[in-house]
Design a protein around this ligand. Sequence first.
Ligand code: HEC
Ligand code: HEC
Length: 88
Amino acid sequence: MDGFNAGLGVNCSFCHTENKGTKQLEAEKDTKPEKEITRNMMRMTMDINKNYFQFNEEAVAQKVQAVTCYTCHKGIPIPEKEKKKASR
Ligand code: HEC
Ligand code: HEC
């Protein structure tokens, strides 16, 4: 989870709902679309590592970690949009 925060430059509440009264994180809830998008992103990132960076048979997808969220996101939530903004 800390890796997500750093990779995207966000706080926990970017993906998780906060209780309005107590400001406590309600991490188990699935109310924010960002959380569901992240599940797909996790699958994609694992697949990239598994399918394209598995240099030997001993390598396990979770351990290879050649590609992480940061590889594409570089500390911003939507890589493409930020890139366009910067080039203008
Ligand atoms: C980029 C999105 C994202 C960010 C940022 C993020 N999380 Fe999560 N978190 C998820 C997703 C997606 C799951 C569910 C993973 C799964 O389905 O296996 C999850 C699961 C959890 C869970 C377990 C509950 C559950 O639904 O399985 C806890 C607790 C949690 N996160 C806490 C945190 C905390 C604390 C932070 C900040 C340090 C944080 N998260 C930041 C996306 C995020
Ligand atoms: C191969 C490149 C790549 C990797 C790796 C990657 N992402 Fe993404 N991600 C993108 C791109 C590109 C977009 C923007 C898609 C769009 O324009 O809607 C995006 C969008 C998202 C969004 C939606 C942001 C929004 O506000 O709509 C979330 C959340 C996200 N990524 C989380 C993650 C997490 C967490 C990881 C690591 C597990 C990850 N991504 C790894 C390329 C990547």
